[in-house]
Design a protein around this ligand. Structure first.
Ligand code: INI
Length: 153
């Protein structure tokens, strides 16, 4: 059986990051986690481009523009939607996830989802570089792997 897998090597890759300003206290740590992951896997920080949008709802449009620009091998999306502070949590969470998936399918390059959707600020802190890892780093490693996998088709 022939098995295809993407290596976790970022050397030479160019990646766009879309980050929301809403809940910046959390999201800044997701951006830092994504950058750290890229560099630790052999990427050059000058090959990262960071775009800020107001909130998670606005992430898909800019992710799609970046993905279709031809300048990047993948786009990583980071944000934080916190139910406790968000009456329209479900709407923002669903639309951002659907839009990110659509941006990937439409552009044909990996667009990964590092948007936290949590019930509380404490849960968000846990997933932004404390005891439950860093969702920005998770989304970056997925992008690195997917770029290397997609090249094989
Ligand atoms: N945007 C977020 O990224 N996270 C949130 O928790 C949030 N809350 O709480 O409402 C949020 N709202 C803003 C939304 O993403 C849009 O920017 C806004 O609705 C304008 O379109």
């Amino acid at each position: 059986m022939k098995v295809l897998e993407g290596q976790l090597l970022a050397q030479g890759q160019k990646i766009g990051i879309v980050a929301s300003r809403f809940n910046d206290f959390i999201v800044s740590h997701l951006v830092a986690g994504a950058e750290d992951c890229f560099v630790r896997h052999g990427g050059n920080t000058e090959d990262l481009t960071l775009a800020f949008v107001p909130g998670a709802f606005e992430i898909p449009l800019i992710a799609q523009k970046m993905a279709e620009s031809g300048k990047f091998d993948a786009v990583v999306c980071v944000g934080a939607i916190i139910r406790g502070a968000t009456p329209h949590f479900d709407m923002v969470a669903n639309e951002s996830a659907k839009g990110i998936a659509a941006a990937s399918m439409k552009s044909g390059i990996p667009v990964t989802n590092g948007i936290l959707t949590t019930d509380s600020i404490e849960q968000a802190v846990e997933r932004a570089g404390t005891k439950a890892g860093n969702k920005g780093a998770d989304a970056m490693i997925s992008a690195i792997e997917m770029i290397n996998l997609a090249k094989q088709f």
